[in-house]
Design a protein around this ligand. Structure first.
Ligand SMILES: [Zn+2]
Ligand SMILES: [Zn+2]
Length: 191
């Protein structure tokens, strides 16, 4: 319940901030823009244009065009109410006002993004002495393999090992070469 009240407060506050921003920049205060902002602040986690488009239609029951979504996101980014992430090749967005600092782990194989918190890491970055530079905020992305992809890779390696043992027993040198090549490829991905 406390969480819910808190969220309502944040939603009210960002509405106010957005109004100030739109007024200052002489942009129109359309109901679409406010509906998009409110949808974003009722979400947890990341979203992209497509998922936001679907949620606007299905959850908020508010029909907006992709162009309006895109333009509003540009305004929200400029107003520092939303941040954009580049996770590998995909762009994702996230609300950022009054949010707990968190970091991201990105799986280079399947693209899965997981958030994590690490107080020590955060304190180290925030207290880092930077020459002639005033830190305002930062993003930290850690790349690697998620547990599912590690598991898949181990399964692949194990099955390769089994085929190799079988080939070694039968004395097939051509087959062995092909298997070794595959194994090297997997190890390269594994880093
Ligand atoms: Zn993965
Ligand atoms: Zn995040």
């Amino acid at each position: 319940m406390v969480e819910k009240t808190r969220n309502m407060e944040v939603r009210e506050k960002v509405k106010q901030l957005f109004t100030e921003y739109l007024t200052k920049r002489k942009h129109r205060k359309t109901p679409e823009r406010y509906a998009i902002l409110d949808m974003i602040y009722s979400l947890t986690g990341h979203f992209n244009i497509e998922s936001l488009y679907t949620m606007m239609e299905e959850t908020a029951k508010f029909r907006v065009s992709r162009a309006t979504l895109y333009n509003t996101l540009i305004l929200l980014l400029d107003a520092h109410l939303v941040v954009k992430h580049q996770f590998g090749t995909v762009s994702q967005y996230e609300k950022c006002f009054d949010q707990v600092t968190h970091h991201h782990m990105i799986c280079t194989q399947c693209g899965k993004v997981t958030e994590f918190q690490n107080a020590q890491l955060q304190a180290d970055i925030e207290s880092a002495k930077l020459t002639r530079f005033k830190q305002t905020h930062y993003s930290l992305y850690v790349y690697g393999l998620c547990s599912k992809c590690q598991w898949k890779q181990n399964m692949k390696l194990n099955s390769l090992k089994r085929s190799k043992d079988k080939l070694a027993r039968s004395g097939d040198s051509k087959g062995m070469k092909a298997i070794n090549k595959k194994k090297t490829e997997i190890n390269i991905i594994k880093g």
